[in-house]
Design a protein around this ligand. Structure first.
Ligand code: MN3
Length: 253
C-alpha cells in the first residue's frame, strides 16, 4: 500500500469503496454495516482537507440570517468548532495519530482512543460537515435526481423523510445530532447520536456513511430560538445544501 501513496487519493478511495461495498453486500446480511467503510482506507473522503484544521466557512456569518443569526454562526464556527479542531490536534499529538491520514480512519476505531479524541474528533468532523450541509436560503429547496429517488424509495416521500429526520432531532434528549446516513448497501436511514458521536464511529448505535448532519446542541440555536428547538429544525430546511448531500451520496457509488 505504501507504494500507492503518490497515486490520486480520490481515485484510490473510490475504487476501494466499490470493492468494499461489493464484499460487504456479497457476504451476508449479518455483516456489520460499517465494515465497508472501516477497513483500511475504504472510507469515502470527506474532502475537508488534512491535518484536522478547520476549512474556511463556505459563506459569511450572516449568510443564513432568518434561519441562523450571524452571532450564532460566528460563535459556533470561531469558538465552539475551533475548539474541537484544536483539541483533536492536541489529542492526535498525544496519541501518536498521523494527521495526514483521513479523520474517518480514527473515527472508525474510536473505541481504541481517548474520550478526548472521541469528543473532539467527532466534534471536528461533524461541524466541518455541518457547514457544508448548509447554504443561503433558496425557495423550493429540495433534493433532485438519484438522491431524491433514494429518499422516496426509502421513506415513501420527501415530506415523510423530513418529518422523520426532524423528529430524530427534536427527540434527541440533551445535546447531539440528527443524521441521514447510508448503510453498506446504500439504503438511506435516519437516526441521532448523543454528544459529538457520529455514524462513522465503532461505538455508535447507528452505523453508516453520514450524508446530512443537523446540530441540535443548544449552542446551535439558543440565541435566536431559545428553548424552541422544533422551530429551529423546521426553519433549517430552507438552508440545506442538497447538492452537497448528493455529492456525498455519489462518493458511495
Ligand atoms: Mn455545534
Amino acid at each position: 500500500m505504501a507504494t500507492k501513496k503518490t497515486t490520486n487519493r480520490r481515485e484510490f478511495i473510490s475504487t476501494s469503496v466499490k470493492g468494499g461495498l461489493a464484499i460487504t453486500v456479497g457476504l451476508s446480511a449479518a455483516t456489520p454495516l460499517l465494515q465497508s467503510f472501516s477497513t483500511e482506507n475504504n472510507i469515502p473522503a470527506h474532502g475537508f482537507g488534512t491535518g484536522f484544521d478547520q476549512q474556511p466557512l463556505p459563506y459569511k456569518y450572516d449568510a443564513l440570517e432568518n434561519v441562523i443569526d450571524a452571532m450564532t454562526m460566528e460563535l459556533h464556527y470561531s469558538k465552539h468548532a475551533a475548539a474541537y479542531s484544536k483539541n483533536v490536534k492536541d489529542a492526535a499529538a498525544a496519541e501518536k495519530v498521523d494527521i495526514s491520514k483521513p479523520l474517518e480512519d480514527v473515527l472508525a476505531k474510536i473505541s481504541s482512543y481517548s474520550a478526548k479524541m472521541r469528543n473532539n474528533g467527532g466534534g471536528h468532523y461533524n461541524h466541518e460537515m455541518f457547514w457544508q450541509c448548509m447554504q443561503p436560503k433558496k425557495e423550493g429547496n429540495a433534493p433532485a435526481g438519484k438522491l431524491m429517488e433514494a429518499i422516496t424509495k426509502n421513506f415513501t416521500s420527501f415530506d415523510e423523510f423530513k418529518k422523520q429526520f426532524a423528529d430524530a432531532g427534536k427527540n434527541r434528549f440533551g445535546s447531539g445530532w440528527a443524521w441521514l446516513y447510508a448503510d453498506g448497501a446504500r439504503n438511506l436511514k435516519i437516526g441521532s447520536t448523543p454528544n459529538q458521536d457520529n455514524p462513522l464511529m465503532d461505538v455508535s448505535d447507528i452505523k453508516g456513511f453520514p450524508l446530512l448532519a443537523l446540530d441540535v446542541w443548544e449552542h446551535a440555536y439558543y440565541l435566536k430560538y431559545q428553548n424552541k428547538r422544533a422551530d429551529y429544525i423546521d426553519n433549517w430546511w430552507n438552508v440545506v445544501n442538497w447538492n452537497y448531500v448528493q455529492q456525498r451520496f455519489d462518493k458511495m457509488s
